[in-house]
Design a protein around this ligand. Structure first.
Ligand SMILES: [Zn+2]
Length: 258
C-alpha cells in the first residue's frame, strides 16, 4: 500500500554501498523508517531530494511486517539552507532531531510533535542559533509529553506559591515547591534546587510564548544560560529519562568563539 505524507528527516544511516535508511517524523504516522534504494547511485531520482533537517513530501510503500518501509519518491518542501553553513544552528538542529527520534514512535497521530519540530527547525534555520530557542523547545516538548514543570502552584500541595517567596524547584515533584512543603518531611531536599526569581520569570514567560521567534530579542546573561541549562537538563533527566549527548554538544558548540 502506498502512503503519501509530509515528513521531516531526523536521521540518515548508510546502508549497503548505495542505499540509505532514513528516519522521518510525520504528522499522521509518527516516526517512520524507510529504505531508499540506490540513493547514492549517479542519476538516482532521490539525488538532492532529501537531507538532514529537510521537510519533504514522501511517497512510500507501507510494509507492516518489519516496520522498514520502502521510499518510492520524495521531494523537498523546506530545505532550511542555513543548516549547511551555520554550524551553531546545525548543532542545535541535530539535538532537536535527536530528541524527536527518542520521544516519537511509529504509528498514531503525532501532529503536535510534528508541528513543534517544524516550528523549532524553521526558527533555528532563520536566525543565528539562539540558546533560548533551545530552552523554549525543551519547555514545549515537556508540555506536549505531559511533564511540563509547574511554576504557578506548589507541585506537592497544589496551593498557589505566595508572591515574594524564595523559589525552590523539586525535580522529584515536577515543579516549584512552597515553603510549608519544603519544611515537611515528604520532600526529598537532595533533589531540590533554589532558583533565582529572574529564572522563574523567564521560564513562565517562555512556557506561554507561542513561538521561539518571540524570544528573538531576549538577552540572557552567561549565568542565566548556565542555570537554565542545568535546571531544564536535570528536569528532562528526571521526567523523560533522557540524557542526551547531542544536547551537551549543541551547548558546547554554541559557546565556541563567541
Ligand atoms: Zn506546598
Amino acid at each position: 500500500m502506498i502512503d503519501k505524507t509530509e515528513a521531516i528527516v531526523l536521521r540518515i544511516i548508510p546502508y549497503s554501498k548505495s542505499s540509505h535508511i532514513v528516519v522521518w517524523l510525520t504528522p499522521e504516522a509518527g516516526k517512520i523508517t524507510t529504505i531508499i534504494k540506490g540513493a547514492l547511485r549517479p542519476k538516482s531520482l532521490f539525488s538532492g531530494q532529501y537531507d538532514l533537517f529537510y521537510t519533504c513530501e514522501l511517497l512510500y510503500y507501507r510494509k507492516e511486517r518489519n516496520g522498514l518501509h520502502i521510499a518510492k519518491e520524495c521531494a523537498p518542501i523546506k530545505i532550511r539552507r542555513n543548516f549547511r553553513t551555520d554550524w551553531r544552528a546545525s548543532a542545535c538542529a541535530s539535538y532537536v532531531c535527536d530528541m524527536f527520534q527518542r520521544v516519537s514512535f511509529p504509528g498514531g497521530h503525532q501532529t503536535e510533535l510534528y508541528e513543534l519540530a517544524d516550528l523549532t527547525l524553521d526558527a533555528l534555520a532563520e536566525q543565528s542559533a539562539r540558546t533560548q530557542y533551545i530552552f523554549w523547545f525543551e519547555l514545549h516538548l515537556a508540555q506536549l509529553l505531559g511533564v511540563s514543570p509547574h511554576f504557578n502552584n506548589c507541585s506537592s500541595c497544589k496551593k498557589k506559591i505566595p508572591d515574594g517567596s524564595i523559589p525552590v524547584i523539586s525535580f522529584d515533584n515536577g515543579g516549584l515547591i512552597c515553603g510549608e512543603c519544603m519544611r515537611s518531611e515528604s520532600i526529598n531536599t537532595s533533589k531540590t534546587k533554589r532558583l533565582g526569581p529572574d529564572i522563574v520569570s523567564m521560564i513562565k514567560a517562555w512556557q506561554s510564548a507561542p513561538s521561539p521567534r518571540s524570544l528573538q530579542n531576549v538577552r540572557c546573561s552567561k549565568n542565566q544560560v548556565l542555570a537554565l541549562k542545568d535546571i531544564l537538563g536535570t528536569f528532562m533527566d528526571f521526567h523523560l529519562d533522557i540524557s542526551s549527548q547531542s544536547r551537551e554538544k549543541a551547548f558546547e558548540i554554541m559557546e565556541l568563539n563567541k
